[in-house]
Design a protein around this ligand. Structure first.
Ligand SMILES: Cc1cc2nc3c(=O)[nH]c(=O)nc-3n(C[C@H](O)[C@H](O)[C@H](O)COP(=O)(O)OP(=O)(O)OC[C@H]3O[C@@H](n4cnc5c(N)ncnc54)[C@H](O)[C@@H]3O)c2cc1C
Length: 382
């Protein structure tokens, strides 16, 4: 069996100073009533104004080259900004996917024209992307997608539909995985990534509501949608390799264990005010120990990114452990909070969102079973 090595990271003073700046900014924004903390705010907290403010603070596209609107900061500087935003439950959903994965995808595979067109606008918090991978009959088995793009004069003609497309009703573009040549024995061949402008004729974005009634994800139907050759990402036929590289960014961040942190924070406050009994203290203590460990592991993933090493296996492991943790925060809250405290409006909102969003945590970005398969292969036991 191969060992999975995760290095322990010590954050420098420079990084901690940046953390202080982000905290002060968030405190001022909260006190000014510009946002209220929410659980799962990276998926459901859409606020274009807030994203633009983060762009003005230079906290988007942080690790990208300056010539494309970035700041050439380290993966750790980016990490502390992300963790502070998530811990505060700030509304970061508008730009989240573009900053996390579409930007790095363009940096790695995009043309010069695409980098110049898209990256500065993403870094200023003004341009949003959706991720068009899953389809009604293809989720975990992504290579079975049936959306097709056929070559036409000057571009490609797309037909097909994507599903569970987070934020597509707000996004300007969707990076869309399509089949560009007929399926062969190697199902990973013949797939390509195309940038679909979601305002193009032939695109319909239909809401899918979650059980709270909220609208965060969609079905995106494409009927004879034209995409110009200039909007192909990387090489035609390399879509599988490129999508897998993108998924490593998708799975590697602190959002995979901090989605319900605002509820944990609220739990502390309630138990401090009420005086925690032994059962509650033990339950919270256990959560905190796991949080510290997960954070160490997650920083280890950021360390791999900083060194340019693909974090895919480690990120899969951290995501599996992380999503279980963020789901259990809601369960512990249910068990330890007394009825009067549970009826406080602030608690009720955080708790309801944590509980009702949590079934999606272990599905989005790759299900538990798929992640465990990746880890098993990575350590050589499968
Ligand atoms: C909140 C949320 C947001 C999302 N946002 C997006 C988005 O923006 N863009 C996008 O493209 N997709 C998005 N998705 C879709 C997500 O990527 C898929 O739900 C996920 O990949 C699983 O696919 P599926 O739902 O088709 O389930 P399936 O793949 O059908 O899986 C069903 C069950 O079978 C299990 N299973 C499947 N294959 C295997 C196997 N080989 N071995 C063992 N068990 C297996 C799975 O683990 C799961 O439990 C989102 C999903 C959620 C919940």
């Amino acid at each position: 069996m191969k060992e999975l090595k995760i290095r322990s990271v010590h954050l420098s003073d420079k990084v901690e100073i940046l953390r202080g700046e982000v905290r002060s900014f968030l405190k001022a924004e909260r006190e000014a009533g510009h946002f209220t903390p929410h659980c799962d705010s990276w998926l459901s907290g859409y606020d274009a104004n807030f994203s633009r403010k983060l762009g003005q603070q230079n906290w988007l596209g942080m690790t990208w080259p300056k010539m494309y609107g970035g700041q050439e900061k380290s993966a750790f500087e980016r990490y502390v900004v992300m963790e502070e935003l998530l811990a505060a439950g700030a509304p970061v959903a508008a730009h989240w996917f573009a900053d996390r994965q579409t930007g790095p995808l363009f940096l790695r595979y995009g043309t010069e024209e695409q980098k110049k067109e898209f990256l500065p606008a993403i870094a200023s918090g003004e341009l949003y992307f959706a991720i068009g991978l899953s389809e009604p009959n293809s989720g975990s088995d992504l290579a079975s997608i049936s959306t097709t793009a056929k070559k036409v004069d000057g571009g490609w003609n797309i037909n097909g539909s994507k599903v569970w497309t987070s934020g597509a009703h707000h996004a300007h573009f969707m990076v869309t995985l399509c089949r560009t040549s007929a399926r062969t024995e190697n199902r990973h061949e013949g797939l390509s990534q195309l940038i679909v402008d979601l305002s193009t004729p032939g695109v319909s974005v239909r809401p899918i509501r979650i059980m709270t009634g909220e609208h965060h994800f969609n079905e995106v139907i494409m009927e004879d949608v034209f995409v110009a050759d200039q909007r192909v990402v990387g090489e035609i036929g390399d879509g599988w390799k490129q999508s897998m590289a993108e998924l490593a960014f998708e799975r590697s961040g602190p959002e995979r264990f901090l989605s319900t942190f605002p509820l944990l924070n609220e739990l502390f406050q309630i138990l401090q005010e009420e005086g925690a009994n032994e059962r509650a203290s033990t339950a919270i203590g256990e959560l905190v120990v796991r949080l510290v460990t997960l954070r160490e592991m997650s920083l280890g993933v950021a360390d791999l990114l900083e060194k340019g090493v693909s974090p895919d296996v480690t990120a899969a492991l951290v995501k599996d452990l992380g999503t279980r943790f963020e789901t259990e925060i809601a369960e512990v809250a249910r068990q330890v909070v007394t009825t009067p405290a549970a009826l406080q409006p602030r608690f009720k909102t955080l708790f309801a969102k944590a509980l009702l969003h949590s079934p999606g945590f272990s599905l989005r970005g790759g299900t538990t079973e798929i992640l465990r398969g990746i880890v098993a292969k990575g350590v050589g036991i499968r």
